[in-house]
Every structure is written in structure tokens, then in C-alpha cells.
Write a protein that binds this ligand. Structure first.
Ligand SMILES: [Zn+2]
Length: 361
């Protein structure tokens, strides 16, 4: 019998995929460079939000500094990297340290909404000091898109390092939106992509990594996570999330039948949330889309009602035309929000454009 490496090795100990799901090509490329001891100076790690870019960066550093994986010593480099406490792996992100003398390691001009030039200068200083373990240093910019909102000086300081980094230094730039990046930056880096997985592969990955044993639940989370293992992981390991999800699904269902007053109240609530937590609103719309996508699959007989995840009974009033209109409305709202159309207006329009499904069965 052939031994299947995927079932014979615990996912977290699997050296060939670094315990990641759906990132085999990315892991293969980076592990190959480590094996050859021939690193690119910089890598641009791309993939949709919450697909696992941070995890990949962390595993890459662990593979360099702790090639035997997790070990049970009192001090484990592997754990220190995981906790971002290892001196030769530095993370640069919004609000992160810049070596300033305030209690949190920042300075008095430290920006709150983007990565500051003070942070890039701090990174450059660290690059040019001797490393703790004397063989390698890794810097992770999370994300590089947060720099583009910042000062021009940050760019030139970073570009200079991408052109001529000190020896034994690797820079990882993370980006969910590489298309918006400066071309010069992109051309300096080796591209490493983590694609979204298909729904079936994500469901299998969820089951394989024991995030749940329930196939129905794995299918549900695979449907709303849009192929992103990191998102499914966060949701399935958060004990409160199931309640949030169910309440959103109840909203979708009742609002499909509701009149304009209820719908306007809902869009007002979402628009308020947009101000402080835009990513929560986008995730909510994602769940709306999953519900309506399944409505389309049911009405076009792609999915029989007995196998549906979000719809419990057939509704003859719900047609494929209605589902298509609703999906188009959701898509447009998402685009409008991301291109900074007034949020209340975008969400009101969405609620108006989603057809009302009548109550009779
Ligand atoms: Zn600062």
C-alpha cells in the first residue's frame, strides 16, 4: 500500500506544506529557496484578505531559523517567531514600533492610519545592525499597501533597501491588492501567490484540520469564507462567531421578505458600522452573497433543497431572476463601498435593488 503523506503526518508537523492549506506552490517556492540557501532579496506575498499571507511569512521565518519545526525546549525559536518575539524577524505594520521613546516603542509623530516613514527608517536601521543569531534577518511589511497611503519618503527609503539590501536580509511584502502597488516595487520582488481555494477543497481542509467534524458546518463555513482558509480558521475557532453568523442569516432571510422601512433601518445600521468597522460590513455582505448564491443554485436546480445549507424550505416565490438581481445589487454595493461612494447611499441602493420576495409559499 502506498503511504499517503497527507494522512500519515500531522498537519502542523508536515514539513512539506508548513501546515498550511491551499498554499502548496507558495510553500514549495520558499522552501526551495531555503534548501538551496539562495534567497531572493525580497518577496511579494499576495492573495486575498485572510487567505494566510501572515501565516506564510511566519512559517517561512520558522523554516529558516528553526528548520526542525516545533521543539520542546524551554526556549523555542519556533514559538518566539510565532509570538513575534524573535529578534531577527521584524514586523512593520500600522501602529507598530519605530524605536521611539514612548512606552509602546513609538514616537510622537507616529501615524495611526498608515505605516510611517519613522517605521521604515527603523527597519533600515535594524537591517544594518548585526543580527542576533548572525546568519539571517527577515523583515515583514504587513501590508505594503498601507505604505502607499503614507509619505513619499517611505517609498524611496524602502525602494533603496529593495535595490540593495544588506547581505543575509530578506524582505517580505504582504499585499491583498498588488494591482494597486507601485510598479517599481513589484518589479523588485519575487512574486509569491496564495490563491483562494475552491469551496470543496476548503471544506476538505476544514475537516482535515479538525476545525469541525460536522460536514454540514464545514460546507457552510467553506461557502462564506470564499476560499480563504485563514478566514474559515478565524471564524471556526471563535466560539461567538456561530451566533453572529446565524443572526446575519436570519436578517438576510427576513429582509428578503421585508418592506422598505425595515430595509432602510438595516442599511442605516450597516452604514454606521461602516465608519468604524468596514471589514465587518464587507464580511456581512459576503454572507448575504452566500445566501443569495445558494438561492440561485436552488432555483436553477444546481443544488437540491435537501442539500442546501442556508435555505430550509423551498419557496416558489423565489426565482432565479430575483436571485440574480439580488446578487447584482450586492455586488454593486460592494464595489461602491470600496470606491468610497457614500456608505449610506450605497447600502440604501442595495436594499432597494434587492427584490422583495412575497410571503406566500
Ligand atoms: Zn514613529
Amino acid at each position: 500500500m502506498l503511504l499517503n503523506s497527507e494522512t500519515s503526518v500531522q498537519p502542523t508537523k508536515n514539513v512539506t506544506n508548513w501546515g498550511m492549506h491551499g498554499a502548496d506552490l507558495a510553500v514549495g517556492l520558499l522552501q526551495g529557496d531555503i534548501d538551496k540557501d539562495n534567497f531572493n532579496r525580497s518577496y511579494l506575498i499576495t492573495g486575498p484578505e485572510a487567505v494566510g499571507k501572515r501565516t506564510l511569512a511566519t512559517r517561512f521565518a520558522q523554516a529558516i531559523f528553526s528548520p526542525n519545526g516545533e521543539q520542546n525546549d524551554s526556549y523555542s525559536i519556533y514559538d518566539a517567531i510565532e509570538k513575534e518575539e524573535f529578534g531577527d524577524v521584524a514586523w512593520v505594520r500600522i501602529g507598530g514600533a519605530c524605536g521611539g521613546n514612548r512606552a509602546d516603542g513609538t514616537c510622537h509623530v507616529h501615524p495611526k492610519r498608515f505605516i510611517g516613514v519613522c517605521q521604515i527608517r527603523w527597519m533600515v536601521r535594524k537591517m544594518n545592525t548585526k543580527s542576533f543569531n548572525a546568519n539571517h534577518k527577515v523583515f515583514v511589511v504587513d501590508s505594503i499597501n498601507d505604505l502607499s497611503l503614507g509619505e513619499e519618503q517611505s517609498f524611496s527609503a524602502l525602494l533603496k533597501q529593495l535595490e540593495e539590501p544588506p547581505p543575509h536580509t530578506t524582505i517580505l511584502l504582504l499585499s491583498a491588492n498588488p494591482d494597486n502597488l507601485n510598479l517599481t516595487i513589484r518589479s523588485r520582488c519575487q512574486l509569491v501567490q496564495i490563491p483562494a481555494m475552491s469551496r470543496d477543497l476548503l471544506r476538505d481542509a476544514i475537516l482535515k484540520s479538525n476545525l469541525t467534524e460536522n460536514i454540514q458546518s464545514a460546507t457552510k463555513y467553506a461557502a462564506i469564507a470564499k476560499g480563504r482558509y485563514g478566514r474559515a480558521y478565524t471564524q471556526l475557532t471563535d466560539p461567538a462567531y456561530e451566533i453572529t453568523l446565524n443572526s446575519i442569516l436570519e436578517d438576510v432571510e427576513s429582509l428578503a421578505r421585508a418592506g422598505s422601512q425595515d430595509r432602510m433601518n438595516y442599511s442605516e445600521r450597516l452604514a454606521k458600522a461602516w465608519r468604524n468597522e468596514p471589514e465587518v460590513v464587507l464580511e456581512t455582505l459576503n454572507i448575504w452573497k452566500a445566501w443569495w448564491r445558494e438561492a440561485l443554485q436552488i432555483t436553477t436546480d444546481v443544488v437540491p433543497i435537501e442539500l442546501s445549507i442556508f435555505h430550509h424550505q423551498a419557496n416558489s416565490q423565489l426565482t432565479s431572476g430575483i436571485a440574480l438581481q439580488a446578487l447584482a445589487a450586492l455586488e454593486e454595493a460592494e464595489n461602491n463601498l470600496q470606491t468610497n461612494v457614500n456608505a449610506r447611499l450605497a447600502l440604501d441602493m442595495m436594499m432597494i435593488d434587492i427584490p422583495q420576495v412575497s410571503n406566500t409559499h
